[in-house]
Structure formats: C-alpha cells, structure tokens
Design a protein around this ligand. Structure first.
Ligand SMILES: [Zn+2]
Length: 403
C-alpha cells in the first residue's frame, strides 16, 4: 500500500480577488463599504442590541506585528522554500523530531515573545466598544487578540503558543517557564541564542540574510550549531506526570524517566509536553469547534480579516455563515480559497450591506474604519488615540514553532 503524505493546502498563489463594490479599491471606498457592512440594520437581526458581527482572523493581521504570514508576498511558504512543519504524529511518536522541534522553538521564542498586538487588534477592541463586533474566531496562535481586547469573547481555533500542554495528563504550563527549562538543560544553545540575538540574524526569516549575519543553517533551514547538534538537545518532562505518573490503561501506571538534570528520557511511556497549538494532522478539540460554530450561528454577519481561508477548519466556518445567508465581507491581501462562492448572489449595485471584498492591509483600514464609525455614532465615548500602537518589527522565525 502506498503511504499517503499530508500536504499543506494552497501554497500556490490563489487567483486575485474581484473587489466588491468596485469603489472599495481605494481606502475611502473600502471604509465606506465596511461602514455600511457593519452598521446597516438587518431586518432579521436576532439581538435587541442590533446586528452583531463575528470576526474570523488569520496570520495576515499579525504581519504588522512583525510575524510572517504563510501565503502573503513575504509569507513563510514563499520566502523559505524548504519550510516544513512538524506533523502531530511525528511529534508524538518521535523523540528525535521533538528534539529538533524544541531546538527550533527555543531559538524562535524570543521573537514572538517581544512582538506585540498592532493597530488591527486595537481597532477590533474599538469595534467591540462600539457594539458592532461581539466575537472573534482566530486561527492565530500569537495571543494578540486576548492581549488587545481581553473582554471580547475569542475562540483560538488552532490553539496558542503561550502554553505547553502535556500529551498524557493535559496539564498546561506557561511557555515562558518551559523556555527557562530549555535554557537550563541546553547551556550551549542558550549561549548561542544570546549570540545570534545580538547579531540581528533572527530579525529576518530569509535564509540568505540570516547567513549574511553569521547564522549558519543546513539545507533544511535548521540552525547548524557545531558541538551542539539537535541530537543532543534536551527537553523537560511534564512535572505533574513526573511526580504522579498517569494510568497506563492496563491497570498499571505509566513510567516517566528523566536524567539527572530533569530531561525527558525515551524509556518513558508518558509525560511528553507539546505546544498548545493544533499541529498539522492533529484534530481541533470538539469543544473548540463547537464554540466557533456557535459564534457563527449567533452572529448576523461575518467579517473575515487577513486570511486566505486555505485551512479547511476556517473555510468551513465562512461556508457555514454563507449557508445561513449571512452577509460576508473579506479583507485580505491576495486571493482567498473559493471566494467567488461567498459573493456569487450579491446585487451588483449593492454598496456593502450585502457583502464586501477588500484588498487593503487591515492595520491601515480598520483604524480608519473605526474613526469613520465614531464620527457617525454619538452614542459612544471617544477612545484614547494611544490605543493604536504601531510597532515596526522585523520578520520572525516563530513559524518554526508551529503546526
Ligand atoms: Zn502530564
């Protein structure tokens, strides 16, 4: 029997979008169209508070925070042709794959850690303050939504990097603590990390630029660290499983073995920690799936931001909204998977209330939209301009930690 390989969906360039309405090609026209989309009354609105919009966001909205997206012009799949994510089954069953993953993750963590939410995330907070947006479904694992608008309900469809989770007992622990443990268990890597952070090589995802700054990588894009190969990288065991080994299923207890420093030993049968993200080949938890579907059910409209919907779990949520005949607007640079189906039955003369397709970066568009909405709304107090924090940052290597 032939072994089937999982493929990353839609890494080729998707067809360019048709802008809807045509006037939305310019910023002012796009603001007008989305204003109408968000604020137009709906006869079918289920809520006394007026129509509400659910957001579905992706990597495109974090580009302004310095994190590379996947399929954009400078996306991971374009810039780094050798990029290959770790697969769930591989991570779960292969000690060597985990060493490589955690070594890469160890190097990449600082970049994500210092990155901050951008103007898009803070504009979303304001859309919530204005009563227009009441839920966010995100594919992003960077936690920027919860940092920028902690009071707005969020479903993190693909998990989050801020925690590790035990594959045996499901205990979560902060990624920061885990990072400190990796540094303690791998002093040569910790010293190397300080060195390359100082060199600026981690400010770019481009392998050539990294090399120019003195960071040696092998053809797979992996760090080439003489004297400290991946095979020697160590990672800790789940502290809970270590003190209280979980049941093995046959009435006995699993064994969790560590070396004298506390590093997980491959004779163990439990206690493997993984990032709390949904890896390729891993299923989204049913509770998360249901929470996302409920947000779509409860919303009157769907606004899609910064995603090509290439991932089926995200695309099907947009399809769900479409099947429920809810207006959809999409703001994304570049094409979106099967996007014509979302707009096929729009009145050609409509100006935004039935749907919109915009190709302008969200960190430019959303703050302008919020300003426009505030002008037309006297019922809500003005907000601090300081909510808009734009931080220019270099590209990042945080995709090394992903999926
Ligand atoms: Zn555990």
């Amino acid at each position: 029997m032939r072994k089937s390989y999982m493929r990353i969906p839609y890494t080729d360039v998707l067809a360019a979008p048709t802008i809807i309405p045509k006037s939305a090609a310019a910023l002012s026209g796009a603001v007008a169209a989305l204003h109408e989309f968000l604020a137009a009354p709906l006869s079918s609105s289920s809520s006394e508070a007026g129509p509400s919009t659910a957001l579905l966001t992706g990597a495109g909205i974090s580009v302004a925070s310095g994190l590379a997206d996947y399929r954009g012009t400078n996306g991971t799949y374009r810039v780094n042709k050798t990029y290959r994510p770790v697969y769930y089954h591989e991570f779960l069953h292969n000690h060597e794959a985990r060493k490589r993953y955690w070594a890469r993750s160890f190097i990449g963590w600082n970049t994500l850690h210092k990155a901050k939410p951008n103007a898009t995330h803070f504009a979303i907070k304001q859309l919530n303050d204005l009563g227009l947006v009441r839920s966010v479904i995100t594919q992003n694992v960077d936690s920027f939504h919860s940092q920028a608008h902690p009071n707005l309900p969020i479903v993190e469809l693909h998990g989050y990097l801020r925690s590790c989770v035990c594959t045996s007992c499901h205990e979560e622990l902060p990624r920061d603590d885990f990072q400190n443990e990796l540094a303690r268990l791998n002093p040569a890597w910790a010293a190397f990390l300080q060195e390359i952070l100082a060199s600026g090589a981690l400010d770019t995802e481009n392998p050539d630029e990294r090399r120019a700054k003195g960071m040696k990588t092998n053809p797979d894009g992996d760090v080439d660290l003489p004297g400290a190969p991946y095979t020697l990288f160590r990672y800790p065991a789940c502290p809970r499983c270590l003190t209280n080994p979980p049941p093995a299923g046959d009435g006995t207890r699993a064994t969790v073995v560590v070396d004298s420093d506390g590093a997980w030993n491959p004779t163990s049968t439990a206690g493997i920690l993984k990032p709390a993200v949904v890896m390729f080949g891993e299923s989204i938890r049913p509770s998360v799936k249901i929470a996302a579907e409920t947000m779509i059910n409860d919303a009157d409209r769907l606004l899609v931001l910064g995603t090509s919907l290439a991932t089926y779990s995200a695309w099907r949520l947009a399809k769900q909204a479409k099947d429920q005949k809810k207006p959809i607007a999409i703001v994304n640079i570049g094409g979106v998977r099967g996007e014509d189906t979302f707009f096929v039955d729009l009145d050609p003369d409509q100006t935004g209330h039935q749907g919109a397709r915009v190709e302008i970066s969200t960190d430019e568009l959303l703050p302008a939209l919020v300003d426009r909405l505030k002008l037309s709304s006297t019922a809500h107090p003005a907000h601090e301009a300081s909510d808009y924090i734009l931080e220019a940052r270099g590209a990042s290597v945080f995709k090394d930690m992903l999926s």
